[in-house]
Design a binder for this molecule. Structure first.
Ligand code: NAD
Length: 543
């Protein structure tokens, strides 16, 4: 972003701006010393004399790490190593594999401060938002640690012929999962999806975003400490368009989280190889504030919904739909809370919002706000970059008067910017919420919980939170989470989140007589017996 652009936005919206949070905690340099980087970087599969790439700490702009880059040939090596380790792992009883997840759960909670520092250093987010990642991963580790055996055990099914056919549905690991993850939730999105893959008996080759590779490498180290064979989780890092396709090229299944644009490309490559893929993609999520909502709770919820991780959260809210009768009262409360958020980058709890991750995110955010303002939108809160706090800080921003011609109306900003729209009827609100090709998450606020659930049922999104922003649905790890429409394919969490990493295999055993003419019956007699049999099975309500 040019300084000119930042200045232009700042001049349009003079004002006190959000307060700075008190500093505190260690510096990035102290929290991520060179020795730690060297130790973690040793976990990257990169042979020979790899090229090095530098990452920058978004909070301060200082140099963070120099990391080896994997080549497409390294990706091939990673798959070979993973494949070799996978068969012995798959042969272990499920409960032994699940034990690794449960030990990992305990280690993660015990050593959370180490990874909170890394997440903050690599993403620039506030510590509270980094902690959400620890929470999400611990919940997934506990859930699959405790339930994998039930999800994966052989299940007796009704056979072709009662008594004569014994049928069992079994689950086999896919093999080696190609797992590509983005930078915004580096702990949750690197290991959260890998855990069910491992417990189902697979190996994983993970390509995290280079910017946040240290967090993924730390998680790998901890999982190995919890008992995972080291070769089972390979980490390759490098330019997405260069090594991403190589990951898809060798995978038995692809688990991808990232933008809709890249997701389409990954899906096409996976389809060409006839391997499955789950795609967790972008969103333009809406929150509905109904006329009977508790406005203080809704305003507090909207702050969490819109500004967690500075809005760089796939399930965060970028469209606020508010009933006309309460719009002014809600907006007043929401704007006041937004203006009061303390921005800061200390590696300690205390800031309400941190920085954006990169100049790219700052540019998109600034462009969306600047263009909207030029075209007539009003800034209700925030609206400008805060270079006084760090190179990529942008204030939590509320826009009113946004119209469909503005990019911020329909495009994913992936920054701390939300637009407010008013509605008169529930139908109008539901239609507006559904008027996007995306379908990831939504949020409904009302005092009438039955009404909330009935509105939720009409929303075309993979998750809906009633009286919460996103954490209720995301944290309900026994239930599936993912996107409809252009927000993706497949689901993480729950049964779908683990079974996607398996192949179903049916083993049917026939006894006493074949399913063919036998015992002296000719074809016609056999057909008559079977016809009578089918009628009887239906009458007996056989399923
Ligand atoms: P991105 O698509 O640019 O990158 C995601 C990952 O794909 C990175 O590791 C990248 O290096 C890799 N990649 C890039 N080009 C590739 C290619 N041609 N083939 C294979 N891999 C390639 O996304 P991003 O900007 O890093 O992440 C932000 C996006 O992710 C947002 O749109 C956000 O909504 C989405 N997201 C979705 C979820 C979800 O659960 N639905 C979660 C987090 C983020």
């Amino acid at each position: 972003m040019s300084d000119l652009t930042a200045d232009a936005v700042a001049t349009e919206h003079p004002g006190a701006g959000n307060p700075a949070a008190p500093g505190g905690g260690r510096t990035v340099a102290a929290a991520v010393p060179a020795a730690l980087v060297t130790r973690l970087a040793a976990g990257v599969t990169a042979t020979g004399e790899p090229d090095l790439v530098e990452t920058v700490a978004p909070l301060t702009g200082e140099r963070l790490a120099s990391l080896p880059q994997s080549t497409p040939a390294d990706v091939e090596v990673a798959f070979q190593l993973a494949r070799r380790a996978q068969s012995a792992w798959a042969a272990l009883p499920v409960r032994r594999r699940a034990g690794v997840l449960l030990r990992f759960h305990d280690l993660l909670l015990k050593r959370q401060d180490e990874v909170l520092d890394l997440i903050q250093a690599e993403t620039g987010k506030a510590r509270l938002h980094a902690f959400e990642e620890v929470l999400a991963v611990a919940m997934a580790a506990r859930h699959y640690g405790r339930t994998a055996h039930a999800y994966l055990k052989d299940k007796r099914r009704g056979g072709a012929l009662p008594v004569l056919t014994h049928a069992v549905e079994a689950r086999r690991p896919k093999g080696v999962i190609g797992h590509i993850s983005p930078w915004n939730y580096p702990l949750e999105l690197s290991i959260g999806d890998a855990l069910p893959a491992f417990v189902a008996g697979n190996a994983v080759v993970n390509k995290p975003d280079t910017q946040t590779a240290l967090t993924a490498l730390w998680a790998r180290e901890l999982l190995v400490e919890a008992g995972l064979p080291a070769d089972l989780w390979q980490v390759v890092i490098g330019d997405g368009p260069v090594i991403g396709p190589a990951v898809v090229e060798h995978a038995d299944y692809v688990s991808f989280t990232g933008s809709t644009r890249t997701g389409r490309e990954v899906a096409q490559r996976a389809a060409a190889r006839l391997v499955g893929a789950s795609l967790e993609l972008g969103g333009k999520n809406a929150m509905l504030v109904l006329a009977d909502a508790d406005l203080d709770a809704a305003a507090a919820g909207a702050v969490r919904a819109c500004f967690s991780s500075a809005g760089q959260l796939c399930i965060s809210i970028e469209r606020l739909l508010v009933h006309h009768s309460v719009a002014d009262a809600f907006l007043e409360r929401f704007a006041a809370r937004t203006r009061a958020l303390r921005l800061g980058g200390g590696l300690a709890y205390g800031a309400d919002m941190g920085s954006l991750v990169s100049v790219r995110q700052l540019e998109t955010t600034t462009r969306h706000v600047e263009e909207a303002v030029k075209a007539g939108a009003t800034v209700v809160a925030g609206g400008r970059a805060r270079p006084d706090l760090g190179p990529f800080f942008f204030e939590p921003t509320v826009l009113d008067g946004v119209t469909p011609d503005m990019a911020v109306c329909a495009e994913e900003t992936f920054g701390p910017v939300v637009s407010v729209y008013r509605f008169d009827t529930e139908e109008e609100a539901v239609a507006a919420a559904n008027s996007t090709p995306y379908g990831l998450n939504s949020s409904v606020w009302t005092r009438d919980l039955r009404r909330g659930r009935s509105v939720a049922a009409r929303l075309r999104t993979g998750t809906v939170n009633v009286n919460e922003a996103y954490a209720a649905a995301y944290g309900s790890v026994a239930s599936p989470m993912g996107g409809m429409g252009e927000s993706g394919l497949g689901r993480r969490h729950g049964a779908e989140g683990i079974l996607r990493f398996t192949e179903a295999q049916t083993i049917a055993t026939q006894r006493l007589m074949p399913i063919a003419p036998s015992f002296g019956l000719d074809d016609k007699q056999f057909a008559a017996v079977m016809t009578g049999g089918l009628r009887a099975l239906k009458a007996l309500r056989f399923r």
